[in-house]
Design a protein around this ligand. Structure first.
Ligand code: ARG
Length: 481
């Protein structure tokens, strides 16, 4: 009989089929194969360097692991769920290929530190990709801000017209959110990039291993300090899931605005046909589905964070099988986040802004009320008094059915003597925008500065990311070719 389970020695009866199906993780952790193999190659080199196995044995193992890697890449590898997980599937294939020597690979390690390693390697790759995609989104926003630099729109608070702002300022506000996200992912890398392999089951190992060597082969910056923590720590996953949840929240806000702005009520933008779908019943419909789903998928990404936080809650030290449940939320969030960011970076450049419609909305209503109040202030009127006076003018205009601009100077002077003919100069949305020169304000001078700053940031971060990619990139930990 073929021995499938490495732990079969202790057992009298075979595992129940239902139990196998319930406990297996191969159906989802198979995708860690490249990281699992990379980790095994590094571990094997270290074992040889430390004299725990011979160089000849190490070379046989590494060659066979390379073959297995290529079998999987070519789709020739049979993922039999009775192997339980990716670690056992690969190890069994190794033993099948080279016999007993293959059985030496698992010296001085356990699946507990092995899976801890695999998810760190996986996460390192994903974080690098996420950062790259975030930079693409940021770049798309910068381009929109540049393309529509001179467009004025109504700025909102409470979704009510507040003050006119530059559309570029609005786009650059999202740029700020995504910059913070990118920084969060970049920062989290230093906690991901720590090697746990060698912690073994929980207590470390009696073999004279050198974890710093394995760390060097895999380009890790540090090794874990406590083996019990190392096999049961999933903080870096939680950090990733929460940074992803925050990023999705930002995306959902932008997506919501795209949905609103493309409605007939707003009519501010037109989304490209390529990112919309029609209705099976209403011929006129052009629905902003992509934006809606970006908003919708945010819920699932939040759920993944809560799922893992809950799995981790009150878990005693050290490894517990519960931890196997970490991968489903991890994979789902990384897949969702990456595909969302990719599509967002593709969708943003395809937006057409209806400039006239937006500017028209910016001129409507009482959006210049603050200008009027500020004007009185420059004439020496205390702001609170000015606020009250302008409030009365708004009420007067509503009753008379007219705009500030339709008021005569005499009418305005009835409310306050400080008004003179220069007041009409400030009653202009462009002037209102340009006057807001305070730090971070909407004036075109300021917005131009933030665009330039963002461009410098994208350039510097791309360079930095390239260095990281060269260092940690896939080839870096797959010395197989
Ligand atoms: N499939 C397991 C996981 O994902 C690997 C570690 C299993 N360890 C064990 N002792 N059963 O967590």
């Amino acid at each position: 009989m073929e021995i499938k389970k490495p732990w079969q020695g202790r057992f009298e009866k075979p595992t129940l089929g239902e139990v196998e199906r319930y406990t297996e993780s191969l159906s989802f952790d198979w995708r860690l194969y490249r990281y699992d193999i990379a980790g095994s190659v590094a571990h094997c080199r270290m074992l040889a360097e430390c004299g725990i196995i011979s160089y000849d044995e190490a070379s046989q193992i590494i060659t066979a692991l390379g073959e297995i890697y290529r079998e999987i890449e070519r789709g020739e590898f049979v993922f039999d769920p009775s192997f339980e997980d990716i670690h056992m599937a690969i190890e069994q294939r190794l033993i099948q290929k080279i016999g007993d020597v293959g059985g030496k690979l698992h010296t001085a390690r356990s699946r507990n530190d092995q899976i801890a390693l695999d998810i760190r390697l996986y996460l390192r790759d994903v974080i690098i990709s996420v950062r790259g995609e975030l930079l693409n989104v940021i770049e798309a926003l910068i381009k929109l801000a540049t393309r529509y630099f001179h467009v004025v729109m109504p700025g909102y608070t409470h979704l009510q017209h507040a003050q006119p702002v530059a559309l570029a300022h609005h786009f650059m506000a999202y740029c700020e959110m995504f910059r913070r996200d990118e920084e969060r992912f970049a920062d989290s890398l230093k906690r991901v990039n720590v090697l746990p392999l060698g912690s073994a089951a929980l207590a470390g190992t009696s073999f004279p291993i050198d974890m710093t060597l394995t760390a060097k082969y895999l380009n890790f910056d540090a090794v874990t300090r406590n083996s019990m923590d190392a096999v049961s720590d999933r903080d870096h996953l939680l950090e990733f899931l929460s940074a992803a949840a925050i990023t999705m929240m930002h995306i959902s806000r932008l997506a919501e605005e795209l949905v609103l702005w493309s409605s007939s009520e707003f009519g501010f933008i037109e989304l490209s046909d390529a990112f919309c779908t029609g209705s099976s019943i209403m011929p006129q419909k052009k629905n902003p589905d992509v934006a809606e789903l970006m908003r919708g998928k945010t819920g699932r990404v939040y759920g993944n964070l809560i799922a893992l936080l809950t799995t981790m809650k009150a878990l005693p030290l050290s490894y517990n099988r519960d931890l196997q449940e970490d991968k489903i939320p991890l994979f789902d969030t990384s897949d969702t986040l990456l595909s969302t960011l990719k599509l967002l970076a593709m969708m943003l450049p395809e937006i057409t802004v209806r400039e006239e419609k937006m500017e028209q909305a910016a001129r409507e209503g009482w959006i210049l009320a603050t200008e009027l109040a500020d004007y009185l202030v420059t004439q020496g009127v205390p702001f609170r008094k000015a606020h009250h006076v302008v409030g009365q003018i708004v009420r007067f205009c509503i009753e008379e059915g007219k705009d500030f601009k339709d008021c005569t100077l005499e009418e305005l002077r009835k409310f306050h003597k400080a008004f003179d003919e220069r007041v009409f100069e400030v009653l202009d949305v462009r002037t209102a925008v340009e006057r807001r020169k305070s730090h971070g304000g909407t004036s075109w001078t300021r917005v131009k500065e933030t665009i330039e700053d963002a461009e410098r940031y994208v350039k510097a971060t791309r360079e930095n990311l390239q260095i990281i990619k060269d260092r940690y990139g896939r080839q870096g930990h797959l010395p197989l070719h």
